[in-house]
Structures are given as C-alpha cells and as structure tokens.
Design a protein around this ligand. Structure first.
Ligand code: PRP
Length: 202
C-alpha cells in the first residue's frame, strides 16, 4: 500500500480530469465526488485529501509516500522532500494584479498568501513594498483599500476581470508536481514506480 496526499481544490480537480482523460477509471471514479471524505482507497493506493499547503508536510513526515501539489506551494516554502517530476496539469500563474489605473512602480503595499515569493520578487526589483499576509480571497484587499496590489494565483483570469482588477505581470509559472518522501522513494520503490507507470508520469 502506498499513500498519496492530494491537494484539495484546483489541483485535485485537475488530477481527477487527468485520470479520467487517461481512462484510469478506477482512480477517477474513486476520486470523483469525494464529499467530505478525508481519504479513499483504490487497489493498493490510499489517497488522502489535504489542504494544498499541508501536502508537503504529510510527505516530509512520511505519513504520505507521494504528494500531488502545486509548484507554488513548493516554491513558497522549502520542504525536505524529493521533487520527483512535473505533472502535465494544474497550469496557472502567480501574478501581480491590482486596479486598472495603477502603475506597477507605484505599488507600496501588497497583499498575498505567498509572502516569501513576493518578498523575493520585489527585492530583486529593488522595490520597497510592505506585505500583508492573507489566507485567501486576496482580491478583496485592493478593492477595499487594504493594499495597493496583490500577488495571487491567476488561472482563467475570471476572478480579476469580474472584480475590475488587472493582471500586471506573471512572476511565477505554476503547475502540479509529484513529490515523494525521501525514505519511501527507496523502501517502496516498486509500488511507487508502479503507480507512476499507471498514471504515465515515467
Ligand atoms: C484562486 C486564486 C484566485 C482564483 C483565480 O483562489 O486565489 O482567487 O483562484 O482563478 P481564476 O483566474 O480562474 O479566476 P481559490 O479559488 O483557489 O481560493 P482562495 O481565494 O481561497 O485562494
């Protein structure tokens, strides 16, 4: 048995579609309409459903052998896990956005759930900004005057558009990644390899 931690939300939906498109119906059906289930078992694989930002922690601690998570999460914080491979889904981007009439050089306060990536970017630009950390619905911040701009995930751009915000610049391209616990990758090599072959990532 191997345990795979899945990031709920965007990555989970994309993974499910990826499995269905490949005709991997046992996995796809087991992962469809999971309701409030915290885990599901299919054959020799136990999937656990975690918050995206917690997936690397479950993998690092050996609770999960593998994890499927957005590369944004891995870029924001370093974890002692194996970065096994990119996965061909979950493409989106981390972008700076704000009101349509704001010049990027006038940004002084930025709201984001990605403070480390954001700090690094503005430091590289030699632009002095204050950061405000938010857990979600970050688009509210410039609309309500909490910040000048945001650094947040953009996928379709619909959320920005619907709220009269504009994307200024992509600072990181994001997609799903497969990560592994360092010990499991060797002790459960055969099972992990079998799963990776099944989902065609090797
Ligand atoms: C993400 C992100 C944006 C939205 C962008 O939020 O924070 O709000 O998706 O997607 P779009 O470009 O396709 O409109 P998510 O739904 O993951 O929840 P959150 O606001 O709690 O982060």
């Amino acid at each position: 048995m191997i345990t795979v931690a899945l990031a709920k939300g965007r990555v989970y939906k994309a993974f499910n579609k990826f499995l269905a498109d490949k005709g991997l119906n046992d996995y796809a059906e087991a992962l469809t309409d999971g309701g409030r289930d915290l885990f599901r078992e299919v054959g020799g694989v136990k999937f656990i459903f975690a918050k995206g930002k917690d997936v690397p922690t479950y993998v690092e601690q050996g609770i999960a052998d593998l994890g499927v998570v957005g590369s944004d999460t891995i870029a924001e914080k370093s974890f002692n896990v194996l970065n096994v491979s990119e996965l061909p889904f979950g493409q989106c981007r981390l972008a700076i956005a704000g009101p349509t009439n704001l010049d990027e050089s006038d940004i002084k306060v930025v709201a984001t759930s990605f403070p480390n990536i954001t700090r690094k970017y503005f430091n590289q630009q030699k632009q002095d900004v204050s950061l405000i950390f938010l857990n979600g619905s970050v688009e509210l911040a410039p609309i309500l005057g909490l910040s000048d701009a945001i650094v947040d995930i953009v996928q379709t751009g619909t959320t920005l558009k619907q709220n009269d915000l504009e994307e200024y610049k992509t600072i990181l391209s994001v997609q799903a990644r497969l990560i592994a616990n360092k010990q499991s990758f060797y002790t459960k090599e055969k099972e992990i390899y079998k799963f990776m072959q099944e989902i065609e990532v090797v």
